[in-house]
Design a protein around this ligand. Structure first.
Ligand code: NAD
Ligand code: IPM
Ligand code: MN
Length: 349
């Protein structure tokens, strides 16, 4: 029995998660597996109604009663400071210590990439984004708010433990899949302190994996190389903020945010899966959002849970839908969210 806590969240998160859940239920039924999906209403509506963002007992409950979490997206224009979204998203990522933000970049069909003459073989790599440190920790302050000389401080932290474990996870992933190279990206030419820690940690971890080649690129150069020649990458490991930016760029290489999946993973522990995209308020409630990123995130969740055959079946069904042109407008198709979900369901084996 796989027990999944489902948080549809806000905006298109609700619509794409609905399709991902339908796919999960169908693939479980087809494969004779037992699955339980339980929904949680964390998001803007609830926050605006009763002030609750991530309920006090949520983490303990998730840890004891569930095997995985599936999230849609959080963010709503009515909540100007994004308070509820940060409480929920970071509450889960930090609270569950989900230090690996794993974002695979895989071109499902050559027609989806904006890069000329690139094929499926050229675009298949995975970004390991550190997910618990860096500029994201919320350490900082505002001083003299509203004055002409107002000051905003946002501090970035990097710890030996945090840097070492994300680099190690990237190498372990490469080793488990027989991949040849890990690329580490930082900005050690300008950010000396964090850069020095990343540089030494990379060297240390690499010693454990003598069969895997290592490469270093400054993050600005990496952004260029991802567009110029994505075929040279297999596994990329980087810090939280750089990883956030690079994974939107990388999503574009595979067809856009509508198809990009991700996992927030602590190996061996309760983990959370979500599309890379956000709640896309202008698309919300219009049945136009692409559900494929959410469906592929659900497939990552199945893979993580050890349901390899079911994960592969879901990915194949999405690929077949893309090949048949059963797509939403972001991919040049004319179908709605629900109809793409139907097409994927119809392709499941
Ligand atoms: P976004 O990802 O919601 O949208 C960026 C662009 O991609 C928009 O043009 C949008 O129309 C398009 N897009 C996104 N998902 C799509 C899909 N499934 N199908 C088709 N097109 C899609 O990012 P944003 O506009 O910067 O942010 C909107 C809100 O979402 C903000 O509140 C933001 O903080 C939040 N957000 C949340 C998450 C999350 O919950 N993990 C991630 C990113 C952004
Ligand atoms: C993502 C998102 C989040 C992040 C935002 C919504 C805080 O952009 O998951 O990539 O920066 O991590
Ligand atoms: Mn992002």
């Amino acid at each position: 029995m796989l027990r999944v806590a489902v948080i549809p969240g806000d905006g298109i998160g609700v619509e794409v998660t609905r399709e991902a859940c339908r796919v999960l239920e169908r693939v479980a039924a087809l494969h004779g597996k037992s699955l339980r999906l339980i929904s949680f209403d964390f998001g803007a509506e609830r926050y605006l109604r009763d002030g609750v963002t991530l309920p006090q007992d949520a983490l303990a409950r998730f840890r004891s009663e569930f095997d995985a979490i599936l999230l849609g997206a959080v963010g709503d224009p009515r909540v100007k400071d994004n308070r509820h979204a940060l409480d929920i998203l970071f509450g889960l990522r930090f609270g569950l210590d989900l230090y690996c933000n794993v974002r695979p970049v895989k071109l499902l069909d050559r027609r989806l990439t904006p890069l000329r003459d690139r094929t499926e073989r050229d675009i298949q790599f995975t970004i390991f984004r550190e997910n618990t440190e860096d500029l994201y920790v919320g350490i900082g302050a505002t001083f003299k708010k509203g004055a002409d000389d107002e000051v905003a401080i946002e501090e970035s932290i990097s710890t030996r433990k945090g840097v070492y474990r994300i680099i190690d996870a990237a190498f372990a992933y490469a080793a488990a899949r027989g991949l040849e190279k890990v690329t580490m990206s930082d900005k050690s030419n300008a950010l000396r302190h964090a850069g020095d820690l990343w540089t030494r940690s990379f060297e240390d971890v690499a010693q454990k994996y003598p069969d895997i080649a290592r490469e270093h690129l400054y993050v600005d150069a990496l952004a260029l190389e991802l567009v110029r020649d994505p075929s040279r990458f297999q596994v990329i490991v980087t810090a939280n903020m750089f990883g956030d930016i690079l994974t939107d760029l990388a999503a574009a290489l595979q067809g856009g945010l509508g198809v990009a999946p991700s996992g927030n993973i602590h190996p061996g522990r309760l983990s959370m899966f979500e599309p890379v995209h956000g709640s896309a308020p202008p698309l919300a409630g219009r049945n136009v959002a692409n559900p494929m990123g959410a469906i592929l995130s659900a497939a990552m969740m199945l893979e993580h849970a050890g349901w390899a055959a079911e994960a592969a079946a879901v990915e194949s069904a999405v690929r077949a839908a893309v090949e048949a042109g059963a797509c939403t407008p972001d991919l040049g198709g004319a179908l709605g969210t629900r109809e793409v979900g139907e097409a994927v369901l119809g392709n499941l084996m």
